[in-house]
Design a protein around this ligand. Structure first.
Ligand code: SF4
Length: 388
């Protein structure tokens, strides 16, 4: 039976990283200003939004298979407006309409501020047209680059104790395997005064624990640099604790560690993706640092930031990764002893440089390496937790 949609309700499903979690809050806040309440029941929503991730094939597969659910939602809830936003929107553009005709609109990550306007247009069109085939549904808003500052102050926060605060958007590093610069654009930094204002707003609402977010967070630079920003954040009255994610080794320095050690409110936690322990693979990945550089950084971190937590990301099975390259990664992990690590099997991503390299590590071998590293990290994590 067709569900009655009487009030304005929005259902948002979020996939992917913390940046998407924050973007979904922003979307909920913007639609909230238009009178939409958030619902966790897809069938009662008048607007259904999938906020998607393209960083790995696996994440995309989840969305493609979830599109069956979209179809069902369309059957159960004929009046719902369905949007696909985020990195997959930017990545696939019109191809999404071909694969998922039930989707009404697609919006890339840079243009989420346009969602209320798009939704309102659909509401009006749908009210006026009986035959939805007549709807002009090819609204495709993926060309913007800088988000208007107001969207970060739209008010909605999912968590009442913790807030994500975006300090920069996009990334200009172009690591050879990574789709982020193509779907989220080049690095853009927010004005530090706006960042401070957003944190103060959160503190006013008694949220005293925050995480500064950026794809390459420690490359931040506006009128102040990243370390100066950390000092300003540390000085905010009422704020109790803060951290930052994700750092790039190339932008990480002894001065950053000194700031981490001396600033009272900063969490002693560093997520520093190494991706590979092989010199050759790091070069192919275009990471911009050597194994030696990374190991020296870690040595300094452990010395300066006493009892600091250290986590990382690893990719196994990158094109051309031989057994000895894998062993280099394995040994680096044994040597460094991360507290935890996210371990991924390489999958080629569209637009990237690595897409042109032969994906020549067989799936079975990727699986074997993945399992070996997972088992190693599990042991290390257990031991480190025991030591804590
Ligand atoms: S630093 Fe590299 S891996 Fe990280 S978001 Fe930028 S391009 Fe991607």
């Amino acid at each position: 039976m067709e569900q009655q949609v009487t009030t304005k309700k929005v259902f948002i499903r979020t996939l992917g990283c913390q940046m998407n979690v924050r973007d979904s809050e922003v979307i909920a806040g913007l639609l909230g200003k238009e009178g939409y309440q958030r619902t966790t029941i897809e069938q009662e929503a008048s607007v259904i939004i999938y906020n998607t991730c393209s960083v790995r094939q696996h994440a995309e597969n989840k969305v493609w298979s979830g599109l069956g659910k979209f179809r069902k939602a369309k059957t159960d809830n004929r009046k719902a407006i369905i949007g696909l936003v985020g990195c997959m929107a930017q990545n696939y553009k019109e191809a999404i309409f071909e694969r998922a005709p039930q989707v009404d609109f697609i919006v890339g990550p840079s243009d989420i501020h346009k969602i209320p306007e798009i939704v309102n247009k659909f509401r009006v069109d749908k009210a006026q047209l009986r035959d939805r085939k007549l709807l002009e549904r090819k609204i495709w808003e993926t060309n913007g680059s800088i988000r208007p500052e107001e969207i970060y102050h739209s008010g909605f926060r999912e968590d009442k104790n913790h807030a994500y605060v975006v300090i920069s958007e996009g990334c200009s590093n172009f690591c050879s395997y990574c789709i982020v610069p193509y779907v989220r654009g080049r690095l853009r930094n927010r004005d530090y005064k706006d960042i401070i204002k957003e944190i103060e707003e959160a503190v006013d609402r008694e949220i005293t624990n925050i995480t500064l977010l950026g794809q390459n967070v420690n490359a931040y630079k506006s009128a102040v640099n990243f370390i100066e920003l950390l000092k300003l954040v540390n000085d905010i009255n009422g704020l109790k604790q803060f951290s930052f994610i994700t750092s790039h080794p190339r932008d990480t320095s002894i001065d950053l560690f000194k700031a981490m050690a001396s600033l009272g409110k900063i969490k002693k936690y560093l997520h520093l993706p190494v991706q590979s322990g092989s010199e050759r693979i790091l070069q192919l990945m275009k990471r911009g640092y050597t194994r030696r550089f990374y190991l020296d950084l870690i040595r300094a971190y452990r010395k300066i930031v006493k009892d600091g937590i250290l986590t990382s990301d690893i990719i196994v099975g990158f094109p051309g990764e031989k057994e000895e390259d894998f062993q280099d990664t394995y040994n680096l992990m044994k040597q460094v002893e991360f507290d935890s690590a996210y371990i991924f099997k390489y999958s080629p991503r569209p637009h990237t440089q690595a897409e042109n390299l032969p994906d020549d590590v067989p799936q079975k071998e990727k699986e074997r390496r993945h399992q070996l590293i997972l088992a190693l990290q599990k042991d290390i994590s257990k031991r480190r937790r025991g030591n804590a």
